[in-house]
Design a protein. Structure first.
Length: 404
């Protein structure tokens, strides 16, 4: 018997969802502030007839792209199975609801990796589909659901905690130094690690540094070593508006935002003339209120905040328990005395140390990439953390709000 050529190209539901996740990866650096979503449409037998991922904000979402792809192939989606990495949206934003597009297309089944955390959808998309007679199932657990959540961990953070997912990137020597005492730090790690760091910048809606780093290093803080559809917002924590108007961080392409605590009309005017936005968020100590800053960034649609700052600002983020993830590149070198990862001050007891847990360890060129997150025991309130899809506070027990 001659095998059916279509059957040779069939995949099971697990493989279809994995393909959808692979497609969602292509939305990194493209879909902000929308989540990164992939969609694969198959026949009941598992033949792929349409696929797509979310485009830039204001353009088509993954489900619509997959429907268009099926149409372009001349395939009928009536009764088809839709595999999508996040519940189809149910609200009118820049585009119509995706659940309505699936209903109109008369698909048969929809399999979602996760429920959309956006309160405007949050189960309503699934309900609308079910009301139209379409079977809906959620994975919600397992490796595929974990991948879907990790891919959009910043979107979940913004929806559930009203603040971005804060990732702190640091390059260090084997003995934990980020720079020599005179501030020299270029280059501790190799080119492969620096390129990888730019890929993580690409993930972020915004890249942040402090005015001290601007004055010392004059960084661009943009994405250059990997291709990207857009540049992240560049953010400077600058209490007294000391950023020089000639700073490269203000250069195009992209846009810069400065958070300050003390206004200076002359300096503000000069910075605004260079295109910078300036927002005042003073704390009671006269420094920038980091909590208020994160809330403001969430309001601006920032899902992931990539921090590349000096040891003083890093210390403020760590002391206030605002770091969700540490992205550390460790070089096989010994530097002796120098600047530390974060200025935390001496401890009286090891019990006062900030405990972290390993998330991954990967060799990048000659260096190691270490990804760490706060230990679960340090999470306050509802023990089910954001990493399990629920709201959680990441404040350390002894945290006291301070500025930077």
């Amino acid at each position: 018997m001659t095998p059916d050529p279509h059957a040779l190209n069939c995949i099971d539901s697990h493989a279809a969802m994995q393909l959808a996740l692979d497609l969602a990866q292509q939305a990194i650096g493209l879909s902000e502030p929308n989540p990164r979503v992939g969609c694969v449409i198959t026949t009941a037998e598992g033949r792929v007839i349409g696929q797509g991922h979310t485009q830039q904000a204001g353009s088509a979402h993954a489900e619509v792209m997959a429907l268009r792809d099926a149409q372009a192939r001349g395939e009928s989606v009536v009764g088809a199975v839709v595999h999508v990495t996040l519940e189809p949206c149910a609200h009118f934003g820049r585009t119509p609801p995706c659940c309505d597009a699936l209903v109109a297309a008369q698909v048969g089944d929809v399999i979602c990796a996760l429920q959309d955390p956006n309160p405007l959808t949050a189960g309503q998309g699934a309900q609308r589909l079910q009301a139209a007679g379409i079977a809906v199932s959620l994975l919600e657990a397992g490796p595929l659901a974990t991948q879907a959540h990790e891919l959009n961990i910043g979107f979940f953070s913004r929806m559930q905690r009203q603040r971005p997912w804060v990732r702190m990137k640091v390059a260090i020597s084997l003995d934990g130094r980020t720079a020599l005492n005179n501030g020299v730090s270029q280059w501790i790690t190799g080119e492969a690690a620096r390129a990888d760091g730019h890929a993580w910048r690409k993930r972020a809606g915004a890249c942040l540094t402090g005015v001290g780093t601007v004055l010392e290093d004059n960084p661009r803080l943009d994405v250059r070593w990997v291709p990207t559809a857009h540049q992240p917002l560049r953010v400077v924590v600058d209490s007294r508006l000391e950023t020089p108007p000639t700073s490269r961080i203000l250069d195009a392409p992209g846009h810069a935002l400065i958070y300050a605590a003390h206004d200076d009309p002359q300096r503000r005017t000069a910075l605004q003339a260079r295109g910078a936005d300036i927002t005042m968020v003073p704390s009671s100590s006269g420094k920038v209120d980091l909590h208020a800053m994160l809330a403001d960034l969430a309001q601006r649609g920032i899902n992931e905040l990539h921090v590349e700052a000096g040891h003083k600002l890093n210390g403020s983020f760590v002391r206030e328990a605002l770091v969700d993830e540490f992205l550390i590149y460790m070089a096989p070198m010994l530097m002796g005395s120098g600047r530390e990862l974060a200025a935390l001050g001496p401890l009286e007891s090891l019990s006062d140390a900030r405990r972290l847990r390993w998330h991954s360890v990967t060799q990048i060129g000659d260096d190691l990439r270490l990804l760490l997150r706060p230990a679960a025991s340090l999470l306050q309130g509802e023990a089910a953390s954001l990493l399990q899809g629920t709201t959680a506070s990441l404040l350390l027990p002894d945290s006291k709000p301070q500025g930077a």
